[in-house]
Design a protein around this ligand. Structure first.
Ligand code: CA
Ligand code: CA
Ligand code: CA
Length: 173
């Protein structure tokens, strides 16, 4: 007898194989994507660190982590993307970074832009050597500054644990 098409058993076998492959591939793709975002988050931290150091070498102090805005990342955005006038040298300095579109967000929906990570959350930034309001020394880079992303889970610990969760991305590890 000539065989035509698939038997039900064959169909079931094919479906089972597809299900098994999907079970292997979908988590693998998710992991690859998560890792790609972590690499992106780390790369932006490197750009920001370079920009912050350039600001410091011009201004003599690190950008403040607090000004009239409520998020440290908003303050950082203002300091790194604007020009400043130095009345002593009679010179302008800055801006220190030209942000790509996907580096910039507004997580709290107010009038101030922030540097955001690939998951849309603002970077946290703490510097104690700023010329304006000092909050407290950074927990990790005590004499310079801490900058970190909350990572894919969008949360972090408090105090010393802030920015130090295994999924967090920071400038001290
Ligand atoms: Ca705000
Ligand atoms: Ca904002
Ligand atoms: Ca986290």
């Amino acid at each position: 007898m000539k065989k035509e098409g698939f038997t039900i058993l064959e169909m079931m076998a094919v479906i089972a194989i597809i299900a098994i492959l999907a079970g292997i591939l979908i988590p693998a793709v998710t992991t690859v994507r998560k890792n790609a975002n972590k690499v992106k988050a780390k790369a932006l931290i490197s750009h920001l660190v370079t920009a912050i150091e350039s600001y410091k070498s011009d201004a003599g102090f690190y950008p403040a982590d607090y000004i009239t805005v409520d998020l440290a990342s908003e303050a950082l955005y203002i300091y790194l993307t604007n020009r400043f006038y130095d009345s002593v040298a009679n010179e302008y300095y800055g801006p220190y970074i030209e942000p790509k579109t996907d580096w910039v967000g507004n997580s709290d929906g107010d009038g101030d832009s922030e540097f955001v990570d690939p998951w849309g959350n603002p970077y946290e930034y703490e510097a104690d050597t700023d010329a304006l309001v000092s909050t407290r020394p950074p927990f990790h880079n005590v004499y310079t500054f801490d900058i970190y992303s909350l990572g894919p889970d969008g949360v972090t610990g408090a105090g010393f644990a802030a920015g130090n969760q295994p999924d967090d991305i920071n400038n001290w590890k």
